[in-house]
Design a protein around this ligand. Structure first.
Ligand code: NAD
Length: 260
């Protein structure tokens, strides 16, 4: 039997990359998925591919009201909410703290933290009441940068550490009603966007160089794709993990065993 049969899922950033791969797998496993994303084109594509198995909501994760609308629409369409996946995020392109201007530094902090941290907080707050009714769960997409330096620049690394802190606090506060966990992908071949204020300080990298760099950084020597991570999300979303909360599943090619 499909692992998410009859489940209603709300996911942010499902129009591209890791969020899109998770959306596709969850639909294949029987879920109805409501996606909030700011990319109208990406949402249109998703709608064409999955029809009435997906509900596409155009919006911005920094706006609390957009999450409220998405949760309301999910419940109207599916009658309930079982899972919230906080995933939409942006990157700092490894921009160096020591090299950027103070203005760009401050703008980068505000923009990146508002999307990556407040965006997760907003979604969690908007979905908690409905998840409580179903004994549901939340899954945060974090990153190897939530544990180690040099998975991004200083802003991204700090935001990913903050997401893990938020996940742990919510797991503590929302037990026993709602489980809260995270998946930490390592460097993955996606279109993850560098925020505007840091673009002048970032050197663009072609896909081949990016793949080689990702491969060389993890012990399993994998140039990871979005699909490599979906199994971890599936486990955490399903009833197979009913005893797991406050945990991070690392899906990163073994960053913890790189050695000295
Ligand atoms: P992506 O750019 O392919 O997908 C991100 C999606 O989020 C896009 O569809 C984008 O439109 C949407 N989005 C961005 N800002 C938004 C906003 N303010 N409101 C609504 N939607 C917004 O990137 P991805 O690599 O799939 O990133 C997804 C998550 O995975 C992020 O949290 C990222 O930090 C994390 N992650 C990525 C990598 C990697 O190497 N790509 C590694 C570890 C973790």
């Amino acid at each position: 039997m499909a692992q998410l049969s009859g489940k209603s899922v709300y996911l942010t950033g499902g129009a591209s990359g890791i969020g899109k791969a998770v959306t596709e797998t969850f639909i294949q496993e029987g879920a109805f998925v409501t996606v909030l994303d700011k990319s109208a084109a990406g949402l249109e594509q998703l709608k064409q591919e999955y029809g009435d198995r997906v509900l596409c909501m155009e919006g911005d994760v920094t706006e609390y009201g957009d999450h409220i609308n998405a949760v309301r629409a999910a419940v109207e369409a599916a009658g309930k909410l079982d899972v919230f996946v906080a995933n939409a995020g942006v990157f700092d392109g490894f921009a160096k703290f020591s090299e950027v201007t103070p203005e760009a530094m401050s703008d980068a902090y505000d923009l990146l933290f508002t999307i990556n941290v407040k965006g997760y907080f907003n979604g969690a707050k908007a979905s908690a009441e409905e998840l409580k009714k179903t004994n549901g769960n939340m899954i945060f997409t974090v990153s190897g940068a939530g544990f180690y330096p040099d998975g991004g620049g200083v802003w991204y690394t700090a935001s990913k550490h903050a997401q893990i802190g938020l996940m742990r606090q919510l797991a503590f506060e929302l037990a026993p009603d709602i489980r809260v966990n995270a998946v930490a992908p390592g460097g993955t071949l996606t279109a993850l966007n560098v925020i505007g204020p840091l673009k002048p300080f970032v050197t663009a990298v072609d896909p081949d160089t990016k793949a080689k760099s990702i491969k060389s950084r993890n012990p399993l020597r994998i140039a990871m794709t979005s699909e490599d991570h979906v199994g971890a999300y599936l486990l955490l979303a399903s009833d197979q993990s009913r005893a797991i909360t406050g945990e991070v599943i690392s899906s990163d090619g073994g960053l913890a065993v790189r050695g000295l």
